[in-house]
Design a protein around this ligand. Structure first.
Ligand code: ATP
Ligand code: MG
Length: 352
């Protein structure tokens, strides 16, 4: 197949890890006879430096015409002045909004190589395989904000439409997995959560009778996620709860450097990126863990290009590279040899 993939390396280690993922995608294309065209564009701090804006029109045009978008990371100390007019993160929010991406998927599947690095007891982690689906466009992050001398407020709003579409997305995903869906809210306190719960209950009852729905309050979910992570399959929740729970869930896998994500909408195009940030402390050193970005490329193959076999092939190659002991510094324990970004990438390509 032919596919146009826009690559947005961004800042910090972004260029190093996206280059690794592109190398793997090229190897997949060679092996399976696909034609992937890569078009590299600016976003974030790199775009601010070159053009004065975090999302240049040229980047957005290319993204809107693409089949899929691979992103590294944006931001860094150079652009973090709180009084700055333009910030790298604005580029990310703007591109997600322009492309109508409302569901952020973060799969968490701990690998043996990460277990030692996780703060959680290894026996709790074996067999964990869950996906958090976070709503991306609504909630308190986007509501009206006000500040006076002695008070401040942030409005939390959700429409039925916004809840329905993300719940349907999560329910389809649950259907393709074990058929279990956990919806997380704070319905004992918040009106938006009571709406969330009503809409979720109705959508699942009327449209997904084969999906088993469970409701959890966000505070107890935070506890269960650590105490019995194996009990969960697909978790769907609103924007801020999802933000917090996905960072928590990432610790199940041991290293930030192992976790991919996808931001999806109604169409096929999505943005695929590792969940880690730009890691300015190790940028340019060639030691960044590329596995999260490579696994994000696997999600790209699956969700935007419909290449399930190729996606699984990449995931298995990463798993075998880890099993074979190809560990970057964030994963290597005491007495284990740490390899760099390129060696890890090469190990994955050989395993393909
Ligand atoms: P952001 O605000 O952009 O999410 P952050 O503050 O969460 O960023 P990261 O940039 O993700 O921070 O980095 C957190 C720590 O994890 C840093 O010490 C960084 O070096 C390390 N880290 C992040 N990603 C990787 C990676 N791919 N490989 C190795 N170490 C990483
Ligand atoms: Mg972060």
């Amino acid at each position: 197949m032919h596919a146009d993939i826009v690559v947005l390396p961004g800042d910090g280690i972004g260029p190093e890890v996206t280059a690794a993922a592109v190398d793997v995608l090229r190897a997949v294309a060679r092996r399976y006879g696909h034609h992937f065209r890569f078009d590299e564009k600016l976003i974030g701090g790199a775009a601010i430096d070159a053009t004065g804006t975090p999302l240049p029109a040229d980047t957005l045009d290319a993204a809107q015409a693409a089949d899929a978008i691979l992103l590294g990371a944006v931001g860094g100390p150079k652009w973090s002045d709180p009084n700055a007019k333009v910030r790298p993160e604005q580029g990310l929010l703007a591109i997600r909004k322009a492309l109508g991406l409302f569901a952020n998927l973060r799969p968490v599947k701990p690998h043996v190589a990460g277990l030692g690095a996780s703060p959680i007891k290894p026996h709790l982690l074996q067999g964990v395989d869950l996906v958090v689906v976070r709503e991306l466009t609504g909630g308190i992050y986007f509501g009206r904000k006000q500040r006076s001398a002695d008070s401040a407020s942030d409005l939390c709003e959700y429409s039925v439409f916004e809840i329905e579409r993300v719940v349907r997305h999560a329910a389809k995903l649950a259907r393709s997995r074990s058929g279990r869906l956990t919806s997380v809210d704070k319905a004992n306190v918040l009106e938006t959560s009571r709406l969330w719960r009503d809409v979720t209950t109705r959508v699942i009852r009327d449209e997904f009778p084969d999906v088993t729905l469970e409701h959890q309050l966000v505070d107890s979910m935070a506890m269960h996620l650590i105490a019995k992570p194996r009990a969960y399959d697909v978790i769907v929740t609103e924007n801020m709860f999802g933000d917090i729970l996905t960072d928590e869930a990432s610790m199940l896998a041991g290293s930030l450097g192992l976790l991919p994500s996808a931001s999806l909408g109604e169409g096929r195009c999505g943005i695929y990126e590792p969940i880690h940030g730009s890691a300015p402390d190790i940028a340019g050193l060639g030691v960044a863990n590329p596995y999260a970005c490579i696994l994000s490329a696997a999600m790209l193959l699956r969700h935007s290009l419909g290449l399930e076999g190729e996606a699984t092939c990449v995931e298995q190659a990463v798993s075998r590279a880890l099993d074979a002991g190809f560990l970057t510094a964030d994963l290597a324990g005491e007495g284990q040899r740490a390899i760099g970004t390129r060696a890890a990438t090469q190990a994955v390509i050989e395993q393909l």
